[in-house]
Write a protein that binds this ligand. Structure first.
Ligand SMILES: [Mg+2]
Length: 181
């Protein structure tokens, strides 16, 4: 039997981080209506005319909390991984703070542009057909499609936008049942 393995996006999927991501932009004078989520932060800072270090200096790695039910899910998993566009300085601090131990956590420094599941899976030696990628954005959906993985939308984030054909988990606790079907 193939063991189902899980790879997660971080922001908006495991962490309810919109507010933590928004605060540095507001502190640096970006109007609220110009702020969107799911980007490579270096690219977004460039687009908004901000210095990446200024953004990171204002980012509080203690602010974002896991979505309800996420903590119980990840502590009970076998090997799992993270594939995120987040800057490693923020993401690694948060993983350390939470005491989470994915086998790999790949952040924006691993990519020349937006994240891609394929090199991570190749590094881990995980067959795409046995992988479920859990994310909250269309880019996450596309990453899973490109890699040949199953995609589950993190429907516990109210900002998610389900598309026809999506598997949607309404709660983290539903995830394992959903992918065992
Ligand atoms: Mg996300």
């Amino acid at each position: 039997m193939t063991v189902p393995r899980l790879v997660f996006d971080l922001d908006g999927t495991l962490l309810d981080s919109d507010s933590a991501l928004r605060h540095p932009f507001l502190a640096l004078g970006v109007p609220e209506e110009d702020i969107t989520y799911g980007h490579v932060i270096a690219e977004e800072c460039r687009r908004l005319g901000l210095g990446l270090d200024d953004y990171l200096d204002h980012y509080d790695p203690h602010e974002a909390q896991p979505f309800p039910g996420v903590e119980a899910l990840v502590v009970g998993l076998g090997p799992w991984a993270i594939c995120s566009n987040k800057h490693p300085r923020s993401g690694e601090s948060e993983l350390a703070r939470l005491g989470w131990n994915p086998v790999e956590a790949w952040f924006a420094n691993r990519y020349d542009g937006p994240k891609d599941l394929r090199p991570l899976l190749g590094h881990l030696g995980w067959r795409p057909a046995s992988i479920t990628f859990v994310g909250d954005t269309n880019h996450d959906r596309v990453c899973a499609q490109q890699a040949g993985c199953r995609f589950v939308l993190a429907g516990w984030n109210p900002r998610t936008d389900p598309r026809p054909g999506d598997l949607v988990a309404g709660e983290p606790a539903e995830l394992l049942d959903l992918i065992s079907q």
